[in-house]
Design a protein around this ligand. Structure first.
Ligand code: DX5
Ligand code: ZN
Length: 216
């Protein structure tokens, strides 16, 4: 199965964002994960369009935008326009899930949908054929540096079984508390895309940590 590492710039040094994005560009990571938080859907505010545009200009890697914002339907097209190759929104953040999927599709970006740790995987069954990726949160969204919730492994397994039946090409991305220490278990459970913030940016040699995660 395909394996992709997506370092999260939420843990980058914003005083030297260009340098940190260059590191990702040099590394074996194929994606750059961009966490957008609005202070309403999650109790934290990160950054928005100007930072996304700067990252887009700085790298040729795939830009993976994770929207932790309420009513994402208001902004998904603009994120695609400003450089997102993938736009992922939260199932819990909108009354208009189908409309959101449609708007992202129309914008030309790939479609991702995310669920928080307490949302049952089953809610995604009717949507699985319509999306390209599901992002399983393995911590409560809002902050980097939290501990991986081990019950996520069963959720990934259940989702992979559902996908085998309904959408075999589905990518499963996992986000929160991931490092080279638990990457192997995640692949084994059925994940393809591993997001990693603090484990990469706090490592003495970030590119080596990325390699270790990829080949775990
Ligand atoms: C958290 C964000 C994550 C965050 C992960 O809400 O969605 O992408 O950057 O950080 P770590 O890898 O430190 O748990
Ligand atoms: Zn994220």
């Amino acid at each position: 199965m395909e394996r992709i590492i997506a370092p999260s710039v939420l843990s980058a040094d914003f005083e030297h964002l260009g340098r940190d994005v260059e590191m990702i560009t040099r590394s074996a990571a194929e994606w750059v994960h961009v966490d957008v938080m609005d202070g309403v859907f999650v109790p934290n505010i990160s950054f928005g369009f100007p930072v996304l545009k700067a990252i887009r200009r700085a790298t040729s890697k795939v830009v993976d935008v994770h929207l932790m914002i309420t009513e994402p339907e208001r902004y998904v097209a603009r994120f695609a326009h400003d450089g997102a190759d993938w736009v992922t929104f939260h199932y819990e953040a909108t009354q208009e899930v189908e409309h959101c999927i449609h708007l992202i599709r129309e914008s030309g970006a790939k479609v991702g949908i995310s669920i928080k740790p307490k949302t049952p995987v089953e809610v995604l069954r009717p949507l699985l054929k319509e999306v390209d990726m599901v992002l399983i949160m393995s911590v409560e969204p809002g902050f980097g540096g939290q501990t991986f919730m081990s019950e996520s492994l069963d959720r990934i397994g259940a989702l992979r079984r559902m996908a085998e039946e309904l959408n075999p090409a589905l990518l499963i991305e996992v986000d929160g508390g991931i490092s080279s220490a638990n990457a192997a278990q995640l692949y084994e459970a059925g994940a393809n895309v591993l997001v990693a913030g603090s484990s990469v940016f706090k490592a003495e040699h970030p590119e080596d940590e990325i390699d270790k995660m990829l080949h775990a």
